[in-house]
Design a protein around this ligand. Sequence first.
Ligand code: SIN
Ligand code: FE2
Length: 217
Amino acid sequence: MNLDLFSTGSEPPVELEPGAVFLRGHALPYVDALLPALESVMQAAPLRHMETPGGFRMSAALTNCGTWGWTSDRHGYRYTRHDPQTGLPWPAMPPSFLRLAQDAAGAAGYPGFLPDACLVNRYAPKARMSLHQDKNEQDMSAPIVSVSLGIDAMFLWGGGQRSDPARRVPLQHGDVVVWGGPARLRYHGVLPVAQNHHPRLGAARVNLTFRRAATTT
Ligand code: SIN
Ligand code: FE2
């Protein structure tokens, strides 16, 4: 495994706070491999708008790949091995996804990251993600690797409490944010996405979030 295979020439990591790193354009060398793989994932497990336990429809459409997939419904949030919509196992994590996640985690100071879940969130203009913590995982020692593709978005980087002030981090196609260690449970979110067009993805932003959901496979 060569974690630095595609890292040469990319911009230096920017620390948002201890444990959290912003990697501008880090996914760009992977995009040609990621997009067809993403199409296959979305064909096997179609994007859908999940319902929150509070009965709201999430504005971003979601699917998963990997051993575990994150789902939400009236009963709560959880990871499942099967897509509740198709009854099939979630599609396997494409090799290009895994390579990017491991490369980005290594560049951010988290070598040996082995994600078993990848959430795919698709934001049409106006879709958003309110401030939340990623806390449904069993293994909090592993970081979160979050990859942005398509149109721009404003990421909110908050604190340890929902009410803490949130810093605004503009995210573009190819950007990656990695957080773990002391920053693993930080609140984060996405402001409503502005109308825009991207040459590769049209009027959409796709976020890939890589996680270690289970302590064992
Ligand atoms: C998430 O926190 O699940 C998504 C973040 C993003 O879309 O950038
Ligand atoms: Fe999140």
